[in-house]
Design a binder for this molecule. Structure first.
Ligand code: ASP
Ligand code: MG
Length: 422
């Protein structure tokens, strides 16, 4: 059994859905194909603004209409004159309306409300696509991921209950022997109490990995708008090189440093079962793409770059010239954990401790305020954190390009630099 994952960009228009369905059709086998789909295009961003309390009511009204028009148009372009799919869309939209009216827009409910509303992106996309596959004569079964990906109630970042998920997925497998495609939503799950949860933004890759793990899949393929795993994000770098083979541990390192090609949680489940992960282009689906697996080295061996913009470098200094030691560090990490800030890079000296973190305006303000009650705090904003794996001096110089280096760390394989954004 193989698992395919299609992200928002691969299903953002009627033509895109036709292309996606062609890819699916071409790979039908005796065993059913498991297809995981994200919300269409930028629907998740739009739905975020429909969470109660996120926008004023006239904006909400407009956005709600945009959501409706976008999905109805794609469905009618794909299946003109088909009333049944329009009725299904109506049903989903009215569920959103009824639920949004019932949700209380309180701050402490925000994460719960978010998941209840935002999950409809994937429900809409998979409902339309299941219907379309049926039109093409493909025997597809639509599965509600909220009943098979079982999580705790950590809304917006559900933690998977692997035992319960495994059990739910196995019963699914037994009941589906006539089916060619099992189609389900990425990104969403449900608690044992049947409340909807999500796995974190861009979490559909992770959904595919969870399903693959539980089904002992032969492989996972993520269909993207890039030709494979590139050595840098083409937004930041002109001459990218496609990496054809990536060892699992390298993929985990890269995701950790912020490479956005796959969701960071995706690799662990598939590595644990030695399932290969392919990254292929839905634009040139006959090309080979990249594969992540049990390899010893990168092929080709080339420097890899990860750029993180909008970084802030905080230097934390004790007020009384005492050393930065374990007791102070414990307080600092306690605060970071409470405020929910992840450290991208850190360095300490006798009298200061520096951390580079994402400049998330809501959280950083709170962190600085709380740190200032205990320490002196200095900071620089608008920085870029550059990570270079398998660096050499020439590539470092070309990346720095004369910019001042605020902080630098080097290990045998990895160079990290903090420089002002270009
Ligand atoms: N639709 C969700 C998002 O945009 C999940 C995903 O695309 O992976 O974050
Ligand atoms: Mg998406």
């Amino acid at each position: 059994m193989k698992v395919f994952k299609f992200g928002g960009a691969s299903v953002n228009s009627a033509d895109a859905v036709r292309n996606m369905a062609q890819i699916v059709q071409k790979h039908l086998e005796t065993e059913p194909l498991v297809v995981v789909v994200s919300a269409m295009g930028k629907t998740t961003n739009l739905l975020e603004k429909l969470v109660p309390g996120s926008s004023d009511s006239s904006t909400m009204h407009e956005l709600r209409q945009q959501l409706e028009d976008y999905h109805r148009n794609i469905a009618s372009e794909l299946m003109s004159g088909d009333n049944k799919i329009q009725e299904k869309i109506t049903a989903l939209l009215s569920q959103i309306d009824i639920m949004s009216a019932q949700l209380k827009p309180a701050v402490d409910n925000y994460n719960y409300n978010y998941d209840q509303v935002v999950s409809f992106g994937e429900l809409l996309s998979t409902t339309i696509i299941a219907h379309y596959l049926d039109h093409l004569g493909i025997r597809a079964q639509w599965i509600d991921a909220r009943q098979v990906i079982i999580t705790d109630d950590h809304y917006r970042e559900g933690h998977v209950d692997w035992m319960a998920t495994q059990k739910a997925i196995h019963s699914l497998r037994q009941s589906n022997n006539q089916v060619q495609v099992i189609l389900t939503q990425g990104f969403i799950g449900g608690t044992s109490q049947h409340f909807t949860t999500t796995l974190g933004r861009e979490g559909s890759d992770y959904s595919a990995a969870i399903l693959a793990y539980c089904l002992d899949a032969e492989s996972v393929t993520i269909w993207k708008d890039v030709p494979g795993f590139l050595n840098a994000d083409p937004k930041f770098f002109a001459d990218t090189v496609k990496i054809s083979q990536i060892p699992y541990n390298e993929a985990i390192e890269l995701a950790y440093y912020g490479a956005s090609v796959i969701h960071p949680k995706t690799v662990k489940p598939i590595q644990n079962k030695n399932i290969p992960l392919y990254i292929r282009s839905f634009i040139t689906p006959d090309d080979e793409g990249s594969s992540i697996g049990d390899y010893k080295t990168l092929v080709p061996e080339t420097p890899l770059y990860i750029f993180k913009n909008n970084q802030i470098l905080l230097s934390i200094l004790p007020r009384d010239y005492s050393f930065i030691a374990e007791d102070n560090l414990q307080v600092i990490f306690g605060l970071l954990n409470e405020v929910g800030i992840r450290v991208n890079l850190m360095q300490n000296s006798a009298l200061s401790f520096s951390i580079c973190v994402d400049n998330n305006p809501q959280r950083i303000g709170i962190l600085i305020e709380r740190l200032k009650s205990l320490f002196r705090v200095r900071y620089n904003e608008n920085l870029q954190l550059v990570t270079i794996r398998y660096y050499n001096q020439q590539v470092i110089d070309s990346i720095v390009a004369g910019r001042p280096i605020l902080l630098e760390q080097r290990s045998r394989s990895t160079e990290q630099l903090i420089v002002p954004c270009r």
